[in-house]
Design a protein around this ligand. Structure first.
Ligand SMILES: [Cu+2]
Length: 492
């Protein structure tokens, strides 16, 4: 049997799938934290701030090529656990986790069943969490700059920080800064938008306690499945990615181990699918033909934190040619900011000659380096390339190249007690944008590139959708600043 994950916005609040999810969440919340089927235990597998964590906790992978695969596994095991509880409670035997596709028209606000603190009968709503960004529970809308997965889906390659799936990292550490384009937008951005400065969704250690987390991740997983089935795309074939085992708990409360090789085809290997057509082109993907997850002994082989992550980081650097860089840090707070990068003439000529000799691919990357913040401020900034002054709204999408949001930044800094210089970076391939802008003469200059940062805010909810929380702008005057140590242009 193949379980179908359906769009939450196509369900009413009394749909059996929604009602049984709420009932299962309530049941799990009532279970003891040491029970693997409890709500807090499941959330702690992602991350937790609790002292003396169990060895199965704090396992999430971010800023890494493991982000996408680890979360497919995580959601899969969670879903089977919820289904078991739903069935125990007399709910639908074919229950599957719904997904939230915030990029569809009219669906860019938190689904209705998650908004109200109480249910019709006055009892607490298990799907409601007050620890969300201001306005979210009233139906504030998310801007398309953060919901649109188009740029991520357009990336042909999986591996690399400027590619779909993220850069190759050591499996032993959990937070890296080789964040792939799907992980950044919409994944990280939606976390920040829903969580805001103080909400659960903005911190990996609390995110999975919000019932909407799972619908967000079902959507991220759906987007991976869409990408997998698009022409010219393929998952990594590197054995380090395919064969890396990760540990989870099955419905019998037993530890299990699973690898990316076992989760590539969601239908054939994991028995679920999405209600939307996943194939947008000719599938190039062939299932590796392996079985399901194997049971293994606990607690091995949980990775031990021993290797030096910076060895890997150095390997990832492929001798970049620097074309230009800022010479002082930029602080992003409330205001929008504009930075002009001058392309160094000699560097450009040197790169051009290397390109002519076939030693460089002609790819230009915008790197935001040494990103830092005390904590994740929960803010999102959109980046625009060569956006003319006072551009009307309808001109902006053509200049939009990505977003900055720092989901996970505090975990990244604190994951190990060393004194190494941890840095966080975002890398965006702007080759196609520059070529398009050069072709249509939007970018005539050739010597300078303008980068505009614009703080994104939630749209006000429609009056008819107003919940019990007063609608208001998500912006607060004291949003902590994000520091960008250096902005640079690189040719590869
Ligand atoms: Cu997430």
């Amino acid at each position: 049997m193949v379980y179908i994950r359906r769009n939450i916005w196509n369900m009413s609040s009394d749909d059996p799938i929604v009602v049984s999810y709420a009932n299962a969440v309530r049941e799990m919340q009532n279970r003891d934290i040491n029970d693997p089927t409890s709500w807090l235990y499941q959330a702690a597998i992602h991350a937790t701030k609790l002292a003396n964590p169990l060895s199965s906790w704090n396992q999430c992978r971010h800023g890494s090529w493991y982000f996408i695969s680890w979360h497919r596994m995580y959601v899969y095991f969670f879903e089977s656990m919820v289904r078991q509880i739903v069935i125990e409670q007399g709910g639908p035997t074919d229950w599957a986790l719904p997904y939230w596709d915030y990029n569809l028209p009219g669906q860019n606000s938190i689904p209705l069943p998650f908004r109200n603190a109480t249910l019709q009968d006055g009892s607490p709503n298990p799907l409601y969490v007050s620890e969300r960004a201001q306005g979210i529970n009233s139906g504030a809308t998310l801007p398309s700059t953060i919901t649109n997965p188009a740029f991520a889906l357009s990336r042909l390659f999986f591996v690399g920080a400027s590619e779909f799936g993220g850069g190759k990292t050591d499996p032993k550490y959990r937070f890296w800064s080789l964040t792939g384009r799907l992980e950044q937008t919409p994944h990280n951005d939606i976390h920040n938008a829903v969580g805001g400065p103080f909400g659960w969704m903005s911190d990996p250690a609390t995110a999975a306690q919000d019932p909407i987390f799972w619908l967000h991740h079902a959507n991220i997983d759906r987007l991976w499945w869409v990408w997998q089935n698009m022409p010219q795309r393929a998952n990594p074939t590197d054995p380090d990615w395919l064969n890396q085992p990760f540990g989870f708990i099955n419905t019998s409360r037993q530890p299990v181990q699973i690898t990316a090789l076992q989760i590539q085809n969601i239908v054939a290997q994991l028995n679920y699918d999405y209600d939307t057509p996943s194939t947008t082109g000719e599938p190039l993907f062939t299932p590796p033909g392996t079985g399901g997850p194997n049971d293994i002994e606990w607690p091995e082989p949980w990775p031990k934190l021993s290797a030096n992550r910076f060895d890997i980081m150095t390997l990832e650097e492929t001798m970049p040619e620097l074309l230009g860089a800022t010479n002082q840090p930029l602080f992003l707070a409330e205001e929008s900011a504009k930075v002009r990068l001058s392309i160094d003439d000699r560097a450009l000529r040197h790169s051009a000659s290397l390109i002519n000799q076939g030693q460089l691919k002609r790819k230009v990357f915008l790197d935001l380096e040494d990103l830092d913040a005390e904590d994740n401020p929960g803010s999102i900034y959109s980046l625009y390339l060569n956006l003319p002054e006072n551009s009307p709204e309808d001109v902006k999408p053509a200049h939009h190249i990505g977003n900055v949001s720092l989901f996970g930044v505090e975990r990244f800094q604190n994951q190990n007690d060393d004194h190494l210089n941890h840095t966080f970076r975002i890398s965006i391939d702007i080759t196609d944008f520059l070529e398009e802008q050069a072709a249509d003469h939007t970018w005539q200059d050739g010597e300078n590139i303008d980068i505009t940062f614009e703080k994104q805010s939630l749209g006000l909810p429609a009056q008819s959708e107003m919940g019990e929380e007063a609608a208001s702008d998500s912006g607060t005057p004291d949003t902590p600043a994000i520091k960008i140590g250096r902005i640079s242009l690189r040719c590869e």
